[in-house]
Design a protein around this ligand. Structure first.
Ligand code: FAD
Ligand code: NAD
Length: 476
């Protein structure tokens, strides 16, 4: 309650996986909540243009890959026929199932949903420009949560036109299956959407400016994926860039630069730009509310996600890296709990990262590269999936599970997994790191056989040199 006995009024700007959980949690805490977003229902980038449509298409890509692999096991399906209209409809149905479900939950929780774009007038008032033809309106608040997310970034000179030059949003529309596609950026989006197009029959070339794909991940985790993509993609060009790009009627003329690039002048049907994302903060008139942002536009926040104006919070992509949906949701709980006067703090030890390629790559907690760079004493215990019964039954020995451990306490500091379903398996690693589990805890917890989850237990066995299926020297 406020000092005059009212329910505190909370305005949540943006209804993505940061904003809608913040709104829902704030109502559970007894606040009077207005949730503002330009779409008809909550969901944000994640549901409309990100996680959910991309994973729907990646599931189809994985099915196509598995059907191809089955030829080696004596089952041939023939070549697939792709009905793009049906595929697009299926993806859109998935999105609308999820977003309309959230609309129902919003109403059930008595959150006031206002469709429009918000902008601060001052530190207590927002002006909403409607996106559904209604009149503009003002919303006054005691607390606000900025959860406006991010949008695709593009290098200077790249004009996204949605036809020849795509970003992730237009690429997810799959207007057609181009014969050739250049993907600029070998990060999450480049590899996930590149994999979708390659599975549908496009010849995909990736150009990445760093020396390896997925620069933030440990190299041993990336290697099995790199090997798979070398055959799935037409070409992977590392330490390379696009020097210039020119849209013609018959395609895009691209000039590539890089010491190892042969034939730098190439013509592609389409180009997908996937070089990162930038925060949605410039249109909010943050200065009027006394909210500070950094040079890149990320809103500055403290350990409770409070901005420089202490009654205004910022969460999700707009509040900084990692730009992941589950990190936004976690921050939503920290911010709303802090708003209610609880001793909440952002102290996650393990934010899982999952790249939903085939094989998937997942990690959490300390990476091996971070441990090495920081000089923190550590040991690494790796169990290769070549020794996993379950992986063998799936015909997918191309994986590994590794634990990064503190030598004195034998505590699990980080976990990395590459392999089919790694994104599901990493949850056990998150729990292990967050609960301060020791290698013995993983070793002595009975894992079901035959499953790839056993590889976590087996990696702990490797640490003690007791694995029944693999003998390895520990690395440190
Ligand atoms: P968003 O989801 O971006 O939502 C912000 C909302 O605020 C949007 O609806 C926006 O329209 C609205 N908004 C903006 N400005 C205003 C304003 N002024 N007034 C009112 N509303 C406003 N993350 C994962 O964890 N797993 C994945 O598999 C994954 N896959 C992805 C795939 C793709 C192709 C992309 C692009 C991203 C993916 N991400 C994934 C990242 C994930 O989508 C984001 O981290 C997540 O959506 C961030 O949530 P958010 O609530 O901060 O913002
Ligand atoms: P990213 O940061 O993951 O990858 C961008 C890549 O582009 C990097 O490897 C970078 O070195 C490279 N690059 C940058 N400029 C370049 C240039 N001029 N030429 C060639 N390469 C260049 O960014 P993204 O793939 O655009 O994804 C954005 C964010 O969205 C991710 O960081 C992640 O937070 C989120 N996301 C998450 C998932 C998931 O969780 N599975 C999926 C998609 C997106």
């Amino acid at each position: 309650m406020t000092s005059d006995g009212r329910q505190p009024r909370v305005a949540v700007i943006g209804a993505g996986p940061g904003g809608y959980p913040a709104a829902f949690h704030a109502t559970e805490l007894g606040m009077d909540v207005t949730l503002i977003d330009p779409e008809a229902n909550p969901g944000g980038v994640c549901l409309y243009r990100g996680c959910i449509p991309s994973k729907t298409l990646l599931h189809v890509a994985s099915l196509l890959g598995e059907a191809e692999d089955a030829a080696d096991w004596g089952v041939t399906f023939g070549s697939p026929e792709i009905d793009l209209d049906r595929l697009r409809r299926w993806k859109d149905q998935v999105i609308s199932k999820m977003t309309s479900g959230l609309g129902l939950l919003t109403r059930a929780r008595r959150v006031r949903f206002v469709r429009g774009l918000a902008r601060f007038e001052d530190a207590r008032t927002l002006r909403i420009e409607p996106t559904d033809g209604d009149d503009a309106q003002r919303v006054e608040f005691d607390y606000a949560v900025i959860a406006t997310g991010s949008q695709p970034a593009a290098p200077p000179g790249f004009q996204i036109d949605g036809e020849r030059i795509l970003d992730s949003t237009s690429a997810l529309e799959i207007d057609d299956i181009p014969d050739t596609l250049l993907v600029v950026g070998g990060g999450y989006i480049g590899l996930e959407l590149g994999s979708v197009y390659a599975a549908l029959g496009t010849k995909v070339t990736v150009v990445e400016m760093e020396t390896g794909l997925l620069p933030g991940a440990d190299r041993d985790l990336v290697r099995p994926l790199e090997r798979k993509l070398e055959s799935a993609f037409a070409e992977i060009l590392l330490s390379a860039r696009v020097a210039s790009l020119n849209v013609r009627t018959d395609g895009v003329d691209v000039e590539l630069a890089g010491a190892r690039v042969e034939n730098p002048s190439r013509l592609f049907d389409k180009v997908l730009v996937a070089v990162g994302r930038r925060p949605n903060s410039s249109g909010l008139n943050l200065e009027a509310a006394g909210v500070e942002s950094d040079k890149r536009g990320f809103v500055k926040v403290d350990h409770q996600r409070r901005t420089s104006a202490p009654h205004i919070f910022a969460i999700g992509d707009v509040a900084g890296e990692p730009m992941l949906a589950h990190k936004a949701t976690y921050e939503a709980h920290v911010a709303t709990s802090a708003m209610a006067g609880q001793a909440a703090t952002y102290d996650a030890q393990a934010i899982p990262a999952v790249v939903f390629t085939d094989p998937e790559i997942a990690w959490c907690g300390l990476t091996e590269a971070e441990a090495r760079e920081s000089g923190r004493p550590h040991e690494v215990a790796t169990f290769p999936w070549a020794a996993s019964g379950r992986a063998t039954t799936l015909g997918r020995n191309d994986g590994l599970t590794k634990l990064i451990l503190e030598p004195t306490t034998e505590r699990v500091l980080g976990v990395g997994i590459t392999g089919r379903g790694a994104g599901e398996l990493i949850a056990e690693g998150v729990l292990a790191v967050e609960m301060g589990a020791r290698a013995d805890d993983l070793r002595l917890s009975i894992h079901p056989h035959p499953t790839t989850s056993e590889t976590l237990m087996e990696a702990a066995e490797v640490f003690f040199n007791t694995s029944p299926h693999y003998i390895a020297r520990k690395r440190g």
